[in-house]
Write a protein that binds this ligand. Structure first.
Ligand code: HEM
Length: 454
């Protein structure tokens, strides 16, 4: 059965320029390769078919794939409006809507609302920075309590980032040993593992086969409980304490409007996605960066030397310090580039029939902008599989921006949390790597030795 599904289908439409005719390579292998560093294959395919080709995901889904910086930028930035529709993440089909998955007027309204609500709550301002710095202090305190014993930092990091989004969405912060909070964070992380598995990709071939991961229910139950708490305590004269309050106030204002997008369902869906994105994305990136530092201790030493030189031990890093920490900034950028957290991009659709690179793509066509292929494009980043923070530094050691650094995507649906995520990455990472204040002696950290007779 799988064999039949994986059958390669190539339609050629001689005479007319049609993207469907260029290449139709559907395969389970293609999707599974996307789970790992399969970019070499993409670039080979790109060389054969060009940067725009078609993939059949099973017999039903036909997707246009964009490979490399030029094609993705030309589509998502050059024809931003046409490419602004959201496509399917089949595993979550039917479960999700809200700001992330909606389209048209609903998406426009929810995106505008969420962006403004985050700004009103201090994102991009001093208050937002203080909120993240306070969480960074709690995180470092919890890390110190591990007293040098080896431990898996996944849960703790995800709890720290989750607390930041919970503060913005619900004005709530949880202690790290709270079991209900731990279950919530585990559920949010489980959703990512669920939607990223090769099996989930195969089910994506036919959205009707797809079932939302069970962890969605845990996150939804928590969000519902918090929304109900807000409904009971809402002060209709304002001001909003958090995003849920802001949404409820907007709902009250538009109560008489039969076309309002400020509904219970859209509130729940928007909140669930924010919780999920706020918990998983930044913490995973920091975890990966720490892993790279374990592999490259000389990079860690350079980061810590820069932090000591520029901040001094014990001084909490702030965003204003960023310009004085070019190497640290370069390490974070390079780690994000190498990780390529969302390698296939999030599926888009065309909101109208569009001419693109000589092809006519009908309205509704699904598009996968392969962000990983930009971040690993060998023509932009030489030896892309190497971890080399130097790419983000100029000859004077100053931080150098890269036009192709696009882990947050681009265009009208660019990551809405980009500003928040960048601030969190910088403040949490620098706080973790901040050297401790020296005492009378410099005591080397505890470590374990494994003795194996030869
Ligand atoms: C390292 C961290 C993050 C990365 C790499 C990342 C990446 C992305 C990407 C690739 C997209 C899809 C954009 C597209 O359609 O082309 C996206 C969308 C989105 N992200 Fe993030 N994200 C991160 C953190 C966050 C955080 C912390 C939030 C929470 C506020 C967030 C909220 C969103 C939302 C709401 C969307 C949907 C935007 C829309 O459809 O209009 N993200 N993100």
């Amino acid at each position: 059965m799988l064999g039949a599904w994986c059958k390669t289908r190539t339609e050629s439409s001689k005479g007319t320029a049609s993207v469907w005719g260029e290449a139709g390579r559907a395969s389970l292998r293609w999707l599974i390769q996307r789970q790992g560093p399969g970019w070499t294959q993409d670039f080979k395919r790109h060389k054969k078919y060009g940067p725009v080709f078609t993939v059949y995901l099973g017999p039903w889904r036909r997707v246009v794939v964009l490979v490399g910086r030029e094609a993705v930028q030309e589509a998502l930035r050059g024809q931003a409006e046409a490419f602004s529709g959201r496509g399917l993440v089949a595993t979550l089909n039917g479960t999700f809507d809200g700001v992330f998955f909606s389209n048209g007027e609903r998406w426009r309204q929810l995106r505008k609302f969420t962006t403004l609500a985050l700004r009103d709550l201090g994102m991009g301002k001093r208050e937002g920075e203080e909120l993240i710095q306070a969480e960074a202090r709690c995180l470092v305190e919890a890390l110190r309590r591990t007293k040098g014993w080896p431990f898996d930092p996944s849960l703790l990091l995800a709890q720290a980032t989750s607390n930041i989004i919970c503060s913005l969405v619900f004005r709530l912060r949880f202690p790290y040993d709270d079991e209900e909070f731990q279950a919530l964070v585990r559920a949010a992380s489980g959703i990512v593992v669920g939607v990223s598995s090769p099996w989930a990709q195969v089910r994506g071939w036919d959205p009707s086969l797809s079932k939302a991961p069970r962890q969605v229910c845990t996150v939804a139950a928590f969000a519902t409980q918090q929304i109900q708490r807000h409904q009971r305590s809402l002060d209709t004269s304002g001001p909003a304490r958090d995003i849920v309050d802001a949404f409820l106030l907007k709902m009250a204002k538009e109560k008489q409007d039969p076309n309002t997008e400020f509904t219970d369902k859209n509130l729940l869906m928007t909140v669930i996605y924010l919780l999920f994105a706020g918990t998983v994305t930044v913490s995973t990136t920091i975890r990966y960066t720490l892993l790279l530092l374990l592999k490259y201790p000389q990079v860690q030493e350079r980061v810590q030397a820069e932090l000591t030189r520029e901040l001094g031990p014990g001084q909490a890093p702030s965003l204003g310090d960023r310009a004085r920490l070019p190497y640290t900034d370069a390490v974070l950028h390079e780690a994000q580039r190498l990780l390529a957290l969302v390698p296939m991009g999030v599926p888009r659709t065309l909101v109208k029939t569009t001419r693109f690179r000589g092809y006519t793509l009908p309205q509704g066509t699904e598009v996968f902008p392969l962000l990983g292929s930009i971040l690993h494009d060998p023509e932009v980043f030489k030896q892309p599989e190497e971890f080399n923070p130097g790419r983000f530094l100029d000859a004077d050691g100053k931080f150098k921006k890269h036009e192709a650094f696009l882990p947050f995507s681009l265009g009208k649906r660019v990551c809405l949390g980009e500003g928040l995520a960048r601030t969190e990455l910088f403040l949490l990472f620098t706080a973790i790597l901040q050297p401790a204040v020296s005492g009378l002696f410099n005591i080397p950290p505890a470590f374990q030795l494994q003795f194996r007779p030869r």
